[in-house]
Write a protein that binds this ligand. Structure first.
Ligand SMILES: Cc1cc2nc3c(=O)[nH]c(=O)nc-3n(C[C@H](O)[C@H](O)[C@H](O)COP(=O)(O)O)c2cc1C
Length: 348
């Protein structure tokens, strides 16, 4: 099996399924419940059509942009996903190297197989740290402090996981959540009890101020917002960016597709923060639809894990490169030589 047979990101899942352990594949691919939201994430992009403008000079098309002031080669980054060791023995260090090969923004999950410092050593480009709080605030504080001193450029607080969603396909596939603390590299040093504290049901808006204080001077990104009300609250609580996400359809089944709530969130934020989106992004044209609705950047989850499983760092780089090439072609055909040229008028 190899990535050579993948023409687009759509081809990755069956290729990866053939090389992954069946339980690991079930964990990665599954969505919550009946997977309505999982399916709708991709279907929502298909429901939107683009309005190309012709006879625009597209001799030089450049997908570069900036996120929170950092220059990136394209408005597509790597979403934080847990346990890359299930996909490749090199785990998150391998993913970071792959993202670095194309200069893409890489967001590391709290639940990484390797300790965050081990991953930071492999980072070769812009990188952010995603935080799940711990029931012991001293552990949360220490993790934040470690992420700051390891050089991550932003703290992404994920707020859509007070408990882990019920993913039937994961259970049927025989996947069992690890309980030993050593399985999550960053928590290994806190001892035997630490693994059990990794649930977030105690998080509230009031607690956000404390996290913001601890993570200063890093900008705070709030990930997992699906309503205008919560987007406004995130901004009022000091978020520099709001990340629209339904966790790839893995948490509350029957939430809308991320794309379908993007406009509501962009309107509520009203220019006070950057807005990102993930869940179901698979095409260069998907990226353009999100940009047209006001997203500054999008993120991809599963396709990166599939690239990692198939070919390690170079697989990650190839998946991101595939998306970047599609994006350049789509921008050329849409008549938008830069990402700043993409507007609401480019969407039907
Ligand atoms: C296997 C897997 C593990 C994930 N782990 C995390 C995580 O640890 N933290 C987090 O904030 N989001 C996590 N997510 C959600 C992703 O960040 C992202 O929202 C989602 O994958 C985007 O959807 P996509 O896979 O359709 O691109 C995970 C997603 C997957 C598929």
């Amino acid at each position: 099996m190899s990535l050579d047979r993948a023409v687009s990101l759509r081809d990755l899942e069956p290729l990866a399924e053939a090389v992954l352990d069946p339980a690991a594949f079930a964990y990665i691919a599954s969505g919550a419940g009946d997977e309505h939201t999982l399916r709708d994430n991709e279907a929502a992009f298909a429901r939107r059509s683009l309005r190309p403008r012709v006879l625009v000079d597209v001799t030089a098309v450049d997908p570069a942009t900036s996120v929170l002031g950092t220059r990136v080669p394209m408005p597509v980054g790597v979403a934080p996903t847990a346990q890359h060791g299930l996909a490749h023995p090199g785990a998150e260090a391998e993913t970071a190297r792959g993202a670095g090969q194309v200069g893409a923004l890489f967001c590391l999950s709290t639940l990484s197989s390797l300790a965050l410092e081990e991953v930071a050593a492999a980072v070769d480009g812009p990188a952010w740290f995603q935080l799940y709080t711990h029931t012991d605030p001293a552990v949360t504080d220490d993790v934040i402090e470690r992420a700051v001193s390891a050089g991550f450029g932003a703290l992404v607080l994920t707020v859509d996981l007070p408990v882990v969603g019920q993913r039937d396909r994961e259970v049927r596939g025989g996947y069992v959540w690890p309980t030993e603390p050593g399985r999550f590299g960053t928590f290994a040093r806190y001892g035997d009890g630490a693994g059990a504290g990794l649930h977030r049901s105690q998080d509230t808006w009031a607690g956000l101020a404390r996290i913001r204080e601890r993570s200063a001077p890093l900008p705070l990104v709030v990930k997992g917002v699906l309503t205008g009300e919560d987007a406004a609250l995130a901004v009022e609580h000091g978020a520099a960016a709001v990340w629209v996400s339904n966790h790839g359809g893995r948490q509350l089944d029957r939430t809308p597709a991320s794309l379908d709530v993007l406009e509501e969130v962009v309107d509520a934020v009203d220019g006070r923060a950057e807005v990102y989106l993930d869940s179901g992004v698979r095409r260069g044209t998907d990226v353009l639809a999100a940009l047209a609705l006001g997203a500054r950047c999008v993120f991809v989850g599963r396709p990166v894990l599939y690239g990692l499983a198939l070919e390690g760092a170079s697989g990650v780089a190839r998946v991101l490169g595939m998306l970047q090439r599609e994006l350049v072609t789509a921008m050329t055909l849409l008549g938008t030589p830069t990402v700043a040229d993409v507007t609401r008028a480019h969407l039907a």
